[in-house]
Ligand binder design. Structure first.
Ligand code: HEC
Ligand code: HEC
Length: 85
């Protein structure tokens, strides 16, 4: 009986974690000149780090590996855009 309870709690924890990292609720990374060229999270933090111009909210989820949760918004037709990159 006790083991069953522990198992149920464990399953709920795993499901919660999967939901957290599933990224369905995370805003997409904008497909703009600011974001297009970046592929490294240390670069993200130059603007989104604490005290910077676009600092994350205090209740932002765990901050490792931005790309696990935030997918890049791509409209597909990149040829429309004259900017390289
Ligand atoms: C040059 C500064 C700069 C860098 C570097 C940068 N950002 Fe941003 N980011 C901004 C600004 C300013 C905004 C808000 C205005 C906008 O939408 O463009 C923004 C908006 C966002 C948003 C959308 C927020 C919303 O509410 O929709 C996400 C997600 C995001 N950034 C993630 C990232 C990630 C991940 C990286 C690293 C790959 C990154 N940013 C690098 C400046 C930057
Ligand atoms: C565990 C998943 C997860 C990770 C990892 C993550 N984010 Fe987020 N991010 C979210 C969610 C969910 C939201 C929406 C929060 C809200 O609406 O309150 C968000 C919101 C944002 C926003 C919008 C402004 C804000 O603070 O709500 C920006 C910008 C952003 N994230 C940038 C980043 C950057 C940069 C990194 C890497 C350093 C990162 N995120 C890592 C899940 C994540």
């Amino acid at each position: 009986m006790k083991n069953t309870l522990i198992f149920v709690v464990f399953v709920l924890l795993v499901l919660g974690l999967l939901f957290l990292i599933s990224g369905t609720r995370s805003p997409k990374i904008p497909d703009d000149a600011l974001h297009r060229t970046i592929s490294d999270k240390t670069a993200c933090l130059e603007c989104h780090g604490p005290g910077k111009e676009a600092a994350l909210k205090k209740n932002h989820p765990p901050k490792d590996q931005c790309f696990i949760c935030h997918k890049v918004k791509r409209k597909g037709a990149r040829s429309k855009d004259p900017l390289p990159g």
